[in-house]
Write a protein that binds this ligand. Structure first.
Ligand SMILES: Nc1ncnc2c1ncn2[C@@H]1O[C@H](COP(=O)(O)OP(=O)(O)OP(=O)(O)O)[C@@H](O)[C@H]1O
Ligand SMILES: [Mg+2]
Length: 265
């Protein structure tokens, strides 16, 4: 029996939604960058966002933890919900939103501090480092990110002395140390070599046991390898969202088909 897009939507709708984006519009000045995005991110899944450069992937991802708050030209309309509660609006304090929804960027961006201080940073600003627990939490986060064996012998080394791949795993450790619920990743491997990329992909797949993950990637193989669901964006719209295998093998929209087959532009 053929599986229709409606069947797939039914399946996706039955899953528990962790993050819901509802009719989200974003303008930078006069430029309409997100044009009514509706998206439900299932809990403890990996969702990839793909699409050509400039289509709004990063802008959408950044909307999910209020990264546009400090951009005066950004005007947002619509809603983002975490577990059914809005994260928008003044009544929601940004620090507590970002504690629940963490972000990892394209270029590893450790602070010019020791490995220990990098991973403990979020614990301090969120008052989580009580009763001398910080070191233990740092150790666990580094172990979870497969970094402990490489750095555990000297946590006082500067984070800037690590390789790019190690720095990115450190940034992920820094993000998970505060036990967020959702992790947003904007092209987290694009500055890394293939071996470091494979390590981060393994890590991402392990982390979904505990976290909900949204990853923007230009690497379609990476989406296929890691993501349960994939959304294809084009010119500020979410054209199609479905199980990853359907997006790549049986897309419902002609635009998606052309993009994943590489017949674009
Ligand atoms: N702070 C900003 N001010 C003005 N325009 C912006 C700003 N940030 C992004 N834009 C514009 O919004 C549009 C979407 O950008 P966005 O960075 O979300 O694209 P993207 O899909 O992530 O692209 P890429 O794959 O190249 O990273 C682009 O036209 C971009 O120039
Ligand atoms: Mg981007």
């Amino acid at each position: 029996m053929e599986i229709t897009a409606e069947d797939n939507n039914l399946t996706i709708n039955k899953l528990k939604t962790k993050v819901e984006v509802k009719d989200l519009h974003l303008h930078f000045g006069d430029k309409h960058v997100l044009k009514g995005i509706d998206l439900k991110i299932p809990e403890k899944s990996i969702v990839a966002l793909i699409g050509p450069s400039g289509c709004g992937k990063s802008t959408l991802l950044r909307s999910m933890n209020r990264m546009h708050d400090l951009t005066p030209s950004a005007k947002i309309k619509g809603e983002v919900f975490l577990d059914g509660e809005s994260i928008m609006g003044r009544k929601n304090d940004v620090t507590s939103v970002r504690k629940k929804i963490g972000m990892v960027f394209q270029r590893p961006n450790p602070f010019p501090k020791s490995i220990l201080k990098n991973v403990a940073y979020g614990l301090e600003i969120n008052n989580m480092a009580k009763n001398g627990q910080a070191k233990k939490i740092v150790e666990e986060a580094l172990k979870d990110c497969y970094l402990w064996d490489e750095v555990g012998d000297n946590l006082n080394r500067s984070a800037l002395d690590l390789s790019g791949g190690q720095q990115q795993r450190l940034c992920i450790a820094r993000t998970i140390a505060v036990q967020p619920e959702v992790i947003l990743m904007d092209e987290p491997c694009s500055a890394l070599d293939p071996i470091s990329t494979a390590k981060i992909e393994d890590l991402i797949m392990k982390l979904k046991e505990d976290f909900t993950i949204v990853i923007v990637t230009h690497n379609m193989q990476q989406a296929i390898r890691t993501a349960d669901y994939t959304g294809f964006m084009f010119l500020g719209e979410l054209i199609e969202f479905d199980k990853t295998e359907n997006i790549f093998n049986n897309p419902q929209k002609e635009l998606t088909k052309r993009y994943v087959e590489g017949n674009f532009g």
